[in-house]
Design a protein around this ligand. Structure first.
Ligand code: SAJ
Length: 421
């Protein structure tokens, strides 16, 4: 049975460690947080993800998974640590560097190191390899190094961890083959082998592809508002073309992936990434665009109150990182507007959260910011009785607008110039 050490027990590391453990590997999960280590050792979890608690509990119960603050000698070391962006929009690679240094004293010839963290192209070659070189290892000969970027969607992590295709970049063919043997034991999707830097680029460009396409949707939505037509009609009809797939317009792009990863390329190649930079700015500008729409709806109302629905970066998750909904609320508050915020998923928030009743009570404009499914079941007839002015701005095209109009609401949809269509 192979012994595996997973460094970093976050959204990727913990599911990976527990899936490996349930596939017969003897796994040590390592984290710098005592709270995380204690929680996992009790069979509990510190993050919200459907199905994860069951898998972790079973893995701990089987004795195949343990958590610790320190790595131990192992056959395989996974590095699943954050690669955030600093205020200067540069990748902060200090966690990857520290994780590599932390496993160094436990490495032996023949071991395999797999970087899973999304990283700027060149990280394995220019950051990890020199650390291993300095410690006297010959990478590709007596130590194997591979990059296998995670690709899972929050909310569907366990399913996608097993079903998604994987790209494995090796520091030479032997490294890629060694990593393939590990992933082949639990991945049901296809596995493709390449070199490390190609694998790093594949991951970053996947998220950049998404960012640029969402920016195109958002830009088209703004044009549709000016033309007094509806973006959602345009997208629905354009997408009947076999090679067109307009993405969904909205209040912006959040999360710790799509809004961050393009900067890894922009930072390295500022002159050759103008398209990516324009896309980032378009998406980052959407919260201010939403605020303009809200201001238009409440113009002329004395001491207006806005009811904001949703604070998470996307529907049905509790994650607020880089959330455009949060930015909209902050921008409105900075203008001195009273905003009551509701989110059924977010538990810890820097902004005070209200119950749905308090949120709507006396409101002059309801702005739907996050596409949580729960909001589809709101009763506009009841809510029309408690608001002061019945106005709705749906920035996600989520609600049944006919129903809300019938209940007396004036309805604005992001990407549409028309009111009360
Ligand atoms: N969004 C739109 N319009 C769209 C799609 C998304 O405005 O058409 C917004 C969402 O509301 C959200 C943001 O974009 O604010 C990102 O959401 P998402 O669900 O598209 O993606 P993430 O950030 O949760 O996960 C992404 C995934 N990458 C791709 O789909 C290419 C996931 O597979 C990656 O594993 C993950 O990034 C990651 O960790 O890199």
């Amino acid at each position: 049975m192979k012994k595996v050490c997973v460094v970093g027990l976050g959204y990727i590391g913990l599911p990976t460690a527990s899936v490996l453990a349930s596939n017969g590997f003897q796994v040590l999960g390592v984290d710098v947080s005592t709270n995380v280590v204690d929680t996992v050792n009790k069979g509990n979890i510190h993050i919200e993800e459907p199905g994860l608690h069951t898998v972790v509990r079973a893995a701990i119960g089987s004795g195949n998974l343990r958590a610790s603050l320190e790595p131990e000698p192992s056959d395989v070391f996974f590095l699943s640590v954050p690669t955030p962006m600093n205020d200067a929009k540069q990748a902060d690679m200090s966690y990857v560097q520290k994780a590599t240094e932390a496993v160094l004293p436990h490495l032996a010839k023949g071991n395999l190191i797999i970087l899973e963290s999304t990283s700027p192209p060149g990280t394995c070659r220019d950051l990890i390899r020199p650390i291993l070189d300095k410690a006297g290892f010959d990478v590709g000969v007596d130590i194997f190094l591979a990059h296998c970027p995670e690709r899972v969607l929050p909310g569907r992590i366990l399913k996608e961890l097993i079903e998604n295709d994987r790209v494995i970049g090796g520091y030479g063919e032997q490294c890629a083959a060694a990593a393939e043997a590990i992933y082949g034991s639990f991945v049901e999707g296809d596995i493709f082998l390449t070199d490390v830097t190609t694998a790093e680029m594949v991951k970053v460009v996947e998220n950049t592809f998404r960012d640029v396409n969402i920016a195109l949707a958002n830009e088209t939505a703004v044009l549709c508002e000016n033309l007094n037509i509806n973006f959602n009609d345009v997208a629905r009809l354009a997408n009947r073309h076999p090679r067109v797939n307009l993405h969904t317009a909205g209040p912006g792009v959040g999360g710790h992936c799509i809004s961050v990863d393009p900067w890894f390329l922009i930072e390295q190649f500022p002159d050759d990434t103008k398209l990516m930079q324009r896309a980032r700015h378009r998406n980052d500008g959407m919260p201010a665009h939403v605020v303009e729409g809200v201001l238009g709806l409440i113009a002329g109302i004395a001491s207006p109150k806005v009811a904001a629905l949703g604070l998470a970066f996307k529907g049905n998750v509790d994650d607020m990182r880089e959330s455009p909904s949060h930015t909209v609320v902050k921008l409105l508050q900075a203008k001195g507007i009273e905003v009551a915020v509701h989110d059924p998923y977010v538990k810890k928030s820097p902004i005070e959260l209200a119950s749905i009743e308090d949120c709507f009570s006396g409101a002059d404009c309801v702005v739907l910011l996050t596409d949580h499914n729960d909001y589809k079941y709101l009763n506009p007839v009841q809510l029309a009785k408690v608001v002061r002015t019945a106005k709705l701005f749906d920035t996600r095209n989520l609600l049944d607008h006919g129903e809300w109009r019938q209940a007396g609401f004036q309805v604005k949809v992001l990407g549409s110039g028309r009111l009360a269509e």
